[in-house]
Design a protein around this ligand. Structure first.
Ligand code: ZN
Length: 201
């Protein structure tokens, strides 16, 4: 390579040609930074999980949750959710992601296992569905809305992850003992075991 070629390749490497052309022609440089007023507020953990469509297993792995019962209330707090308990309500749970931080409200008159399922279900709405919405749930009169089915599936997977159930479920294991271990209702445990292919008698 002769001296002229070396010189040319040096200039090509050293200069951004379009930028040099813009300077030469007197054009303003393109803005590479987002203007301050258009920056998105630093996302909370729940927003990141929602945006990245994390699986339940990734969520459990991230928070180091390895054994039953899944600490769903603590998980909600760590995700940056405000958890409220109300009495005298005619619904089971509510989530409002229009608020910052988002609020999950739980009917404190329900059983502990129902409350845990409600928190998991509302987390499902928060992590699976578009932010900026409000859901109010009454499990005794739940329809066949796809988002409700998804939130229920999320709750079942979160409270009873397949790998965790497989680790505990043994031939002859009693349904009530497993439900107690996972801190869920026997009914929820039965549905989950059947989903995972166990023969529940
Ligand atoms: Zn719901």
């Amino acid at each position: 390579m002769g001296p002229v070629c070396r010189m040319a390749s040096f200039f090509i490497r050293a200069f951004d040609i379009p930028m040099a052309l813009n300077i030469f022609l007197g054009r303003p440089r393109a803005r590479s930074e987002t203007p301050v007023n258009q920056r998105v507020v630093t996302p909370g953990m729940w927003q990141r999980i929602n945006a990245e469509r994390w699986s339940v297993d990734r969520l459990l792995l991230h928070f180091g949750i390895e054994r039953a019962p899944v600490p769903v209330e603590q998980l909600a707090t760590e995700l940056g959710v405000r958890l409220e308990r109300v009495t005298g309500a005619d619904w089971d749970g509510m989530v409002d992601s229009r608020e910052s931080p988002p609020i999950i409200s739980i009917n404190a008159d329900r059983s502990r296992t129902r409350q845990r399922f409600s928190i998991a279900h509302e987390l499902g709405h928060l992590l699976l569905h578009d932010p900026g919405q409000r859901f109010r749930d009454n499990f005794s009169s739940m329809g066949l809305d796809l988002r409700e089915i998804q939130a229920n599936q999320f709750a079942a997977k979160l409270l009873m992850p397949s790998w965790m159930v497989n680790a505990y479920a043994r031939v002859g294991a009693r349904l009530t003992a497993l439900a107690g271990l996972f801190d869920v209702s026997p009914q929820a445990m039965r549905i989950r075991l059947e989903q995972l292919g166990y023969n529940v008698t």
